[in-house]
Design a protein around this ligand. Structure first.
Ligand SMILES: [Zn+2]
Length: 324
């Protein structure tokens, strides 16, 4: 191989005619365009190919590309899967164990839904979050003003207000305060029973097995979709045991080697130790980039779908710049 480009997808749906058109996702049209682009400029390979290459069994093609779909969304079964089959492509899917159980909506997705309903007005939502933080008056939580000053910094895809909301609700606040505020905002903005929403949002085990039977691949994305690097070794081990058990359920037997996609891309030395001991051979991060070799297969970079052109006739110039 000269390069391995791994593309990361989340929501792929008919956004304009969906219940939450404001959700940050890819339209079906853009997805089709991107498949045109990828098949024109790359050799699409499977994670089995990447695993075999990482173990030195068989090299990858020159311009290898792997398509990865995070979080177990039903979009992946209803929109992505039939389009991949039609083009005879293989891709890999990374559902958190708790999503597939469909008992509740994971907090990270509750935040996406809250943001989708809030729409462009991230400023109003950010003010509401600040009010809720100050109203709690937790002794172990800095003032909302201090948190805002620290976290309201624009990211690659978000303005300062949306970045602030995501950062404090995903990680910046202690877990108890975070969960309470997310639940309050979810009820206020979204207001749909989380168990009903979970069935609309996520794939179930049968759908995953069906995709596997048709050549798709399923890897690990943790159990509860947490930042693994914030957990103790024991906490990380519990997450990975549940992940491997789940893959065993999907495949009808424990996988002999498998791929881990770290939730939020978060991992530390302990994570690599724990997943390696559990038979994981390839790990996917959210570090932006293209792999030039497989010397460190447990921490491979990925590109976001937003980094790729959305039309088959687009020139790869923008991407060439990324490779530098
Ligand atoms: Zn995820």
């Amino acid at each position: 191989m000269s390069t391995l480009t791994i593309v990361m997808y989340h929501y792929v749906r008919d956004l304009a005619r969906s219940r939450y058109p404001g959700i940050k996702g890819l339209t079906i049209e853009a997805f089709e365009g991107q498949l045109d682009y990828v098949t024109k400029h790359y050799d699409v390979c499977s994670m089995r190919d990447v695993l075999d290459a990482a173990r030195g069994r068989r090299p990858l093609p020159e311009r290898a590309c792997a398509l990865t779909f995070d979080d177990g969304f039903l979009d992946h079964f209803s929109v992505v899967f039939p389009r991949l089959v039609a083009r005879k492509l293989t891709a890999s899917f990374y559902p958190p164990v708790a999503a597939v159980a469909q008992d509740t909506v994971l907090e990270t997705h509750q935040i996406h839904l809250i943001l989708a309903v809030a729409g462009d007005d991230g400023a109003t939502l950010a003010r509401r979050v600040r009010d809720l933080i100050d109203a709690r008056g937790d002794a172990d939580v800095p003032s909302a003003a201090a948190l805002y000053a620290a976290h309201a910094v624009a990211s690659r895809f978000d303005g300062p207000d949306v970045a602030f909301v995501k950062r404090v609700l995903q990680k910046g606040l202690p877990p108890r305060a975070r969960s309470a505020i997310v639940r309050e905002l979810y009820d206020e903005y979204v207001g749909v029973d989380p168990r009903v929403m979970a069935r609309e949002l996520y794939m179930d085990l049968d759908q995953l097995r069906c995709m596997v039977q048709h050549g798709m691949e399923v890897g690990g994305h943790g159990a509860e979709h947490v930042w693994l690097d914030t957990l103790s070794r024991e906490g990380q081990e519990r997450e990975i045991v549940r992940t491997v058990d789940f893959l065993g359920e999907v495949y009808g037997g424990r996988p002999r080697d498998w791929v881990m996609c770290y939730p939020f891309g978060a991992h530390d030395a302990t994570t690599l130790d724990v997943v390696g001991a559990a038979g994981c051979v390839v790990g996917l991060t959210t570090r932006v980039g293209v792999a030039r070799d497989l010397a460190q297969p447990l921490t491979l970079p990925r590109l976001d779908t937003n980094d790729l052109p959305r039309r088959g006739d687009a020139s790869p110039a923008a991407l060439e710049a990324q490779r530098g």
